[in-house]
Structure formats: structure tokens, C-alpha cells
Design a binder for this molecule. Sequence first.
Ligand code: PEP
Ligand code: MN
Length: 338
Amino acid sequence: MVIVMKDNATESQIKAVSDRLEEIGFRVHKIVGVNRTILGALGDKRTVDLRQFQYSEGVHEVLRITEPYKLAGRIFHPEDSVVEVKEASFGGERISIMAGPCSIESEEQLFTIADAVKKAGAKVLRGGAFKPRTSPYTFQGLGLEGLKLMKQAGEQFGLATISEVMEISQVELMDQYVDIYQVGARNMQNFSLLRELGKSRKPVMLKRGMAATIEELLMAAEYIMAGNNYQVVLCERGIRTFENYTRNTLDISAIPVAKKLSHIPIVADPSHGTGRRDQVGPMARAAVAAGADGLIIEVHHKPEQALSDGAQSLYPHQFTRLMEELRMIAWAIGREIN
Ligand code: PEP
Ligand code: MN
């Protein structure tokens, strides 16, 4: 249930409603908007007579949330949420681009790519240290050594960093090394991991599971937010369909749908969404045109030698060119990439 306070509600009126909600067993989330305050009440409302709130002083209206997601929903938080990390911003007018290798492979590899993506205008360096590989016999990532390189590269090139967290035991460790936790598609419904990330105060980029509906994605975000971590960014990375020319089918329509249902920023991953270098640019451009708040793109200076996902990694010069195209598309829809 959501209680929308009047524009001119006083602090004491807001407090009185909030106290009453808590008294009868609700958990209250207070959202102070530009014009009005909204009180989100989470709990079992079956035995409560909601009319008592309708006529309380300072109350504009009482809304029931019928969707299963509450904190993640638009009703609860009508304005777009903005997640800011160093120079990157997701959810506002500004669109930020994350780029880097699929996996961190060596200092030379990571630093060469970080330098190139920084010069092209990326604000976040991506790179996996713990890799969720389909085969246990392929490269699994450099682990801690990779995280250390990530931190150094981020500092040297003035980039925020993002890397995938695969299990609860890595959460605390990674906290010292990266700015944004990435939850991979295969872990979107790892509820114990999501709960653990809910205790963190660092942003989490949550990738859509390859067979997950948008509602399931929002419910996964709800797990993180229920722990009071509101810094969540959703990521559309393609879903499994019958089409097999591309690795996945990038669901561009998930972007406006998620934006309609939720206030949480959403970015797109055209690299995993297509699996093919020649399709990354068109899908990146489409995602920005569709309203994505950012992109995450794989870039490698020697993709033919990459230890993972070389076939979908852009060469640095392709990434630089794409950034220029994306700036024009952003401008055409009243947004900005910088
Ligand atoms: C990745 O970003 O490197 C990755 C493994 O992505 P996903 O979880 O979307 O497959
Ligand atoms: Mn990858």
C-alpha cells in the first residue's frame, strides 16, 4: 500500500501517519519527492481497515499496489531513480557507457583496453574476475588477482569499475575492489546472493535471466531493495528464443516496458544480447533510441586471442566510432552521453 501525502503536508502529519503504520505492523519506506512525500507500507494489509488513513490529516490518497513488486514499482516511486557512481550516472538525462573485456586476462590486456575505452568516453570499466562459464574446462577468471588489476586500472584511468559477483562469499572481498557489483544472468534468481547484496550499500547491476520475464527481473530487484539497498540498475542482456543466428535475442521492448513498470534505471548489453561483433553496434544504437539509461559493451584489443567472448567483442576503433553515433542518437531524444 502507498500513502500519498498532500503537497502541503507538514512533517508532523507525515510522522503521525508513519508512526501509525509502524504501530500496526507495517514496514515504512519514506520517499521524499520534489513536490510530495510518499509513504510505502510493506506488510499484511488484510486485517487493517485502510479507511483510517484515507481520512488522516495531510493524506492525499491511499493506493493499493496490486503488482507483486512494491519497492521496484512505479506506484511506490513515481519519479525515475538515478544511480550515480563516480562520473557515471544511470536513470537521469545522462546516459553512461560501461565497456571493457569480458574477462580480465592480464595487466597488459586490461590496461590497454581501459585506456582505449576511457578515451572513447566510457565512464565504467567492465571485466570479469569470476567467470560463469558453460564449461568447467574453459578459463574461469583470474579471481583475486583480476580484482586487484581492476582496482588499479580504475584508479589509473579515472573509471568506475564493475565486475560479476557469483557467490555470497565473494561479496565482502569484492567490496574492496570494485564500485558496482554485477549479478549475471545465471544468478538472477540466486535469492540468497540477492539478499546479501541487499545488505551492501554499493550499486548492483542485475542482469535479466535468459529465461526470465520482466516481472521476474523486477522481483529479483525487489529482493535487493527489500534489504534497503536501493542502488539497483537492471540490465537487458538478451533472452533465449527459437532464433539461433544470434546468441540470444535482445529484447529491446523490455526497456520501455521496464521503464513503465519501474523507476529503476535499465541498461542494455548488446554484446551478450547478440554474441556477434557485427550486430553489437545496431543493437546498441537501438537500445539508446528505445530509452536505455546506459550500455555495457565488450571491447578487446585482440579479440581473436580473447579467453572468453572474443567473437562479440568490439575492436577499440569500432567502439570509438559507436560512441560517436550513440552521442547523436542520445542528442536526438533529448539525452546526453558524456
Ligand atoms: C558477462 O557480462 O560477462 C556475462 C557473463 O553476462 P551474462 O550474465 O549476461 O551472460
Ligand atoms: Mn562475456
